[in-house]
Design a protein around this ligand. Structure first.
Ligand code: DC
Length: 219
């Protein structure tokens, strides 16, 4: 089993690059952010307070999160793949992700889903906490303005009306919460390769990540 851990903040290019790197390497791909988003979504829809740990954990347990091979995400039997991709659900995910009980549950599930397959796993704490022994660790960053512009473009592409200042403010708030929480905060693992993607195209980032992985584990 080979784990490629791709961590980093919002808009660092993680998702696109991790998905395409997995396809290139012939590995399974897992977006762990989608799991926190799905929990944030079901908790919001159930009208729970997002800091009510006991209630959110109970709901997360019963939500039956599922991923199919096409990358769709299901909760309570419903396809929530599109519903989780909003600015609001990014914030809700970040809020439920500070709850230790939610993290315990999802980390256990992430390790189970990885099983003994070769996998590219993307998130905030994969190299530091979920798989500290991962063979390959990449930490992607970019300047906040660049990350906000990328995220705003993604949201507009799917028809959301957002302005850059609003996206930047939401992103800085999420960076702050994700990197200061008590359990498994966002940070670069000591042995991760850090890439600042600010001036790079996604193709360039992809080539760099695939190159790092192949150099570590061979073709
Ligand atoms: O990668 P993303 O934007 O979909 O992640 C949404 C939120 O989920 C993120 O702000 C923090 C949380 N998250 C986490 O705490 N740990 C992970 N491994 C992945 C995401």
């Amino acid at each position: 089993m080979t784990v490629v851990a791709v961590d980093g903040p919002v808009g660092s290019g993680k998702s696109t690059v991790a998905r395409r790197a997995a396809a290139r390497l012939g590995y399974v791909y897992l977006d762990t952010g989608a799991m926190y988003r799905a929990v944030g979504l079901v908790a919001t829809q159930a009208g729970l307070r997002l800091d009510d740990e006991e209630a959110v954990v109970a709901l997360a347990r019963s939500a039956r999160l599922r991923f199919d091979s096409a990358g769709r995400v299901f909760a309570e039997g419903r396809d929530v793949s599109d519903a989780i991709r909003t600015l609001e659900m990014g914030a809700a995910a970040s809020r439920v992700s500070v709850l230790p009980g939610v993290r315990r549950l999802l980390v256990e599930e992430q390790r189970r889903l990885a099983g003994d397959t070769d996998i590219v796993m993307e998130g905030r704490d994969i190299g530091t906490n979920v798989f500290p022994e991962a063979a390959v660790k990449v930490y992607l960053t970019a300047r906040p303005e660049v990350r906000a512009a990328r995220r705003a473009a993604e949201l507009r592409e799917k028809g959301d009306e957002v302005d850059d200042a609003q996206v930047l403010a939401a992103l800085l708030e999420r960076d702050r919460r994700d990197s200061t929480r008590a359990v498994a905060p966002l940070r670069k693992a000591a042995d991760a390769v850090e890439l600042d993607t600010s001036g790079m195209t996604l193709d360039e980032v992809l080539e760099a990540v695939v190159g790092i992985a192949l150099a570590r584990v061979g073709p």
